[in-house]
Design a protein around this ligand. Structure first.
Ligand code: THU
Length: 134
């Protein structure tokens, strides 16, 4: 079982590596799997703006590349006054590998600021079960 402290630290560490020269808005994400592993990712922007990718997408790619496919919890770490909740696309990306009650913790530099369930952020969602998978 991965502690929330460990997940927070992983998100903070990867946030520093974000490549965000256009927005100057660095984001880090860390996923805990039920098997106790941690996978992290950061946003990677691009001169062709729409090609950039979110921190959550990077963390999910790392998880899948390692042969894992279940999200037990995720921490998203950003800066600023407003909560850095996952964007709409990333809510759907998380949905693919999580459960309705999977916690999504939103953090700032000083710690976890607020925690949501996936279902709270993406109600009435469409997922693998709609297509008869899982
Ligand atoms: N960003 C993320 O990485 N995750 C989110 O959930 C919100 C937004 C990134 C994308 C872009 O590089 C920067 O934050 C500003 O939108």
């Amino acid at each position: 079982m991965v502690s929330l402290d460990e997940l927070f630290s992983a998100a903070r560490a990867i946030q520093e590596r974000a490549y965000a020269p256009y927005s100057n808005f660095k984001v880090g994400a860390a996923i805990a799997t039920p098997s106790g592993r941690v996978f992290s990712g950061c946003n990677v922007e691009n001169a062709a703006y729409p090609v950039g990718s979110c921190a959550e997408a990077g963390a999910i790619s790392a998880m899948i590349a390692a042969g894992e496919s279940r999200i037990a919890a995720i921490v998203v770490m950003g800066e600023g006054e407003n909560l850095v909740t996952p964007c709409g696309g990333c809510r759907q990306r998380i949905r693919e590998f999580a459960q309705p009650d999977t916690p999504i913790h939103v953090a700032g530099p000083n710690g976890i600021r607020e925690s949501f369930t996936l279902d709270a952020l993406l109600p009435f969602s469409f997922g693998p079960d709609n297509l008869g998978i899982r």
